[in-house]
Design a protein around this ligand. Structure first.
Ligand SMILES: [Zn+2]
Length: 427
């Protein structure tokens, strides 16, 4: 056991170093007001080098796997016993914020440094991982790095093209030192049985902790989703003078869908069943649309998420029924296109309970919080690793340059992470 006061003091003493590390991350990936650490590109590569150098300076073992994920390990007394893991991703969206992802990797290093400073060797290995390619905006594929680590990335994903360069995931990975052949064959660098538990610290992406006045939350789970990235609604182009009853208007059909989904969300929320839907793209065809034409085509993307498997599949049925009903009523055709999905990943109750106990011992105020977003933790959970998340209060959301996490809040989160590791591995 390590006294909580010692943990707290040793974590807080790292404030200047932590500030300097976040500043260095920002300086090397600055892009306008924000930062860009592009997935399997120059930005992510820079961050991996910086963090790897930090781990070297701390005397940790570093290892890169076939997908170029970076594992930084403090050796335990018994190296054959299942390890404790923490970490997050280092990539970002374009012109994003400095803390989404990176906070979890830095927190892992802070926790390990704390144990080093207190001169305590853990019973088992403790590994902080810098995961590749979590941000699905670049290749429109989710959890690339973590799924490749568990050997469950579909081989076809390597053909996905990056939205800006037009080059394949395979090409980008190879440039960053990955072994594409091994990724293709589904080689695994992580095995669920060799990981005792995994905890990912992440900034909150909504203002719920700001609203509650609480610095840290313990995640209750990562939502599952189903996605239709490219829905087409086909109606009929017509002259602006066409009377209403003859129209097959794709814009009105798409609008009915959006408003109908919002209605479904409102009803679910009122019934205490958390969910979310997002139409991120919503557009007519610029080659054909015009001021004086009824639009005969709409394209939109749809992401629907929920925290319960049965609820999610019920929602999918409701959404498809809605589309069918609108199609009949408006005389349009819904072409749903490709579908992708991710499993619901509830936090492991025992891990969440231990995080709660660590926070209480340290005097850090926490609350339970359902994650609004997707995280690599879901891959660990689905693989069978007992996992949970910590969220740190953050104003202005994430995926934008105005994301604002107070370093003191971050250190409170890192202290909870350290307290959990110490309770698990310091005898
Ligand atoms: Zn993230």
């Amino acid at each position: 056991m390590l006294p909580s006061a010692q943990i707290r003091d040793a974590v807080m003493a790292q404030k200047p170093d932590v500030g300097a590390l976040f500043d260095a991350l920002r300086a090397g990936s600055r892009d306008g007001d924000g930062i860009t650490r592009d997935t399997y590109g120059a930005g992510e590569q820079f961050a991996h080098k910086l963090i790897s150098a930090q781990a070297d300076a701390m005397g940790l073992e570093t290892r890169r796997d076939h997908a170029a994920n970076l594992f930084m390990t403090l050796a335990g007394k018994d190296r054959s016993t299942p390890r404790l893991m923490t970490g997050s991703h280092l990539d970002s969206v374009a012109n994003g914020g400095n803390f989404d992802g990176a906070a979890g990797v830095v927190a892992g290093l802070v926790a390990i440094k704390t144990l080093q400073r207190l001169g305590r060797q853990p019973d088992c290995d403790i590994t902080s991982v810098a995961i590749r390619a979590e941000e699905s905006v670049w290749f429109q594929v989710s959890y690339i790095g973590s799924r490749a680590a568990f050997g469950v990335l579909p081989a076809g994903a390597l053909e996905a093209r990056r939205v800006d360069t037009g080059r394949t995931l395979g090409e980008h990975m190879a440039e960053c030192g990955a072994d594409i052949d091994a990724v293709q064959r589904g080689v695994a660098s992580l095995d669920a049985k060799s990981i005792k538990s995994f905890v990912e610290l992440h900034i909150e992406q909504a203002p719920q902790l700001v609203e509650a006045g609480i610095p840290v939350a313990i995640g209750t789970g990562v939502p599952g989703n189903f996605r239709y990235p490219q829905v087409k609604i086909i109606g009929e182009y017509a002259h602006v003078g066409l009377p209403r009853r003859f129209r097959r208007d794709a814009v009105l059909a798409a609008s009915d869908l959006a408003v109908g989904l919002d209605d479904i969300w409102k009803k679910n929320e009122a019934a205490g069943r958390p969910m979310a839907f997002t139409i991120g793209r919503f557009h007519t065809n610029p080659k054909e649309h015009a001021l004086t034409k009824v639009a005969g085509e709409m394209t939109l993307s749809l992401d629907v998420r929920a925290y319960d498997k049965a609820h999610l599949s019920e929602l999918e049925g409701t959404v498809l029924n809605l589309a069918r009903e609108i199609g009949q009523r408006r005389g349009v055709q819904f072409e749903l296109g490709a579908r992708t999905a991710a499993d619901v990943a509830p936090s492991h109750p025992a891990v969440a309970t231990k995080l709660d106990a660590a926070a209480k011992a340290l005097g850090v105020a926490t609350m339970p919080l359902a994650s609004p977003a997707s995280h690599d933790t879901a891959t660990f959970t689905v693989a069978g690793v007992p996992s949970a998340m910590l969220f740190v209060r953050n104003a202005n959301g994430s995926h934008n340059p105005r994301e604002a996490m107070d370093i003191d809040d971050f250190l409170q989160g890192a202290a909870v992470l350290t307290g959990w590791l110490a309770a698990e591995a310091i005898s």
